[in-house]
Every structure is written in structure tokens, then in C-alpha cells.
Design a protein around this ligand. Sequence first.
Ligand code: NDP
Length: 255
Amino acid sequence: MSSLAGKTALVTGASRGIGRGIAMRLARDGALVGVHYGSNEAAAKETLADIDRAGGRGFLVHAELGVPGDADRFWAGVDAGLAESGAGAGVDIIVNNAAVGASSDFQGVTPEEFDRLYAVNVKAPYFIVRQGVGRLRDGGRVINISSGVTRIAEPRVMAYGLTKGAVEVFTHTLAKELGPRGITVNSVAPGIIETDNTATQFTTPEAWAAAAAYSVFNRVGQPADIADIVAFLASEDSRWVTGHLIDATGGSLLG
Ligand code: NDP
């Protein structure tokens, strides 16, 4: 039997990149997967089609995050998707993956962009979990995607890094809050992973080579490198791990 058979998982930002990789892996492990997206419906449908083709099950959840009412719309979409799928109202796994990056460095970021980074990367996951905590079954899982920049100082993306620091505080504090229900809460901090996001930052072979050189393995990570770690945290095997951050940077800048 697949390890997540009978479980329901929700993955925010599952239309593309790391989120898509996570959604596909959890579906392969047997979970019914809510494929959340913000604006790229075509990409979200592709994720769902890939899940279907691989013999898995999923449904779409549309909600722009970082705007008033986002968590309400998210859960309304989840409820509709669960009903359509003939599944119960409860969920077992929430993966907070959707996030936006900073377009400017320490000097350049505007107060408006700073607020937007917090609204999407911190406030949205906080209220998604808070509103969903009653639907999250005992023994469930919350997995938050952080970033290697909480360990590796990167002034270029300082404001974004601050939001991920908040995600890590959210993780271990929520782990204490939900522990009595057997729910684990962990975060995963990717290093440089090849996605649409990084494709806009590394535009030449030389830039990709420099990105690869951050890792002791001398390669850029792939979404599956993160999805496999999330699959472990989502599984029963990780039951004794909570409030923890897994560095998934491929040993970037170990010193
Ligand atoms: P992408 O930019 O490739 O994809 C982002 C996903 O999040 C998309 O599915 C997008 O939906 C969704 N999303 C973004 N903003 C919103 C919003 N306002 N409302 C709703 N959905 C939104 O990101 P990555 O795959 O690269 O990153 C995924 C996670 O990993 C993020 O938390 C990121 O911070 C983290 N990370 C990534 C690294 C990397 O090198 N790629 C390194 C370290 C951390 P839509 O398609 O509809 O736009």
C-alpha cells in the first residue's frame, strides 16, 4: 500500500516549480492532492494532468494569496475540491510552499514591496493554517518551505530572507501548539533549485555554473530534491521529528 493512501494533502503554489514537484510526489505516494495556484491556471491544470497520468488523484484550488480574504477563498476552494472528489472534509497534510521573492536589494526594496513579501510569505500561511486547524486531522503534518538564505547572508534578497526567518519561527512555535494533537510541523530550506523563479535570476551558462558551485555536489537542485524530503516529512516515518528545519541546500557554502 502507498504510504499516503487515504490521506489528503494541500500544496500551495503547486502550479509550478518546487510546489509542482511536491504535489506530484505526494500524489505518487497515494495522497489526494489539492493543487493550489494563484494566477497560472494553465500551469495548475498541467500539474493536475501529470498527476492523473501517473495514476494519482487531485483537484485544483484557486486563491491569490497576500490579499484580503485569501485564506477564506483558499478554504472555500479546498472544500469545493474535496466535495467534488467525494472525499471527507478533513485534511492530513498542509504544505505552505507558495511565496514571492524580492525584486530589489536592501537599499532598493520599497515599503510596499516589503508589505507584499510579508503578506504572501508569512501572513497567508499563518492564516491558512489557523483557519484550517480544525480540519487538520490529529496526527497530521504541516510543512513550511523556507530558504537557505536564513543561514546564508544574502543582502541582495534581505527582505525576502526576513520573511523566511518568520516562517521558521512559525514552524517551531506551531509545533509546540499542535504537538498535543500528534501533528508535526517542520520546515525545509532549499538552496538554489531550477524553477521559473531562478530562471529569471540565472540567465547565462556562467551564472548557472556559479549557482551550481554553491553546493558541495556542484549542481543546481531540482524540484524532486525538495519533494523527496517533503515526502519523508509527510509520512508516518517522520512522526518523531517536529519543530525542525531541514537544510536542503545541497551543502551550500558549508564553510
Ligand atoms: P515559483 O516562482 O517557480 O512558483 C511559485 C508558485 O507559488 C507558483 O505556483 C505560484 O502560482 C505560487 N504563487 C506565488 N505567488 C502567489 C500568490 N500571491 N498567490 C498565490 N499563489 C502564488 O517558485 P519556486 O518553485 O522557485 O519556489 C517555491 C518555494 O521554494 C517558495 O517558498 C520559495 O521561496 C522557496 N525557495 C525556492 C528556491 C529556488 O531556488 N527556487 C530557493 C529557496 C527557497 P502561479 O503559478 O499561479 O503564479
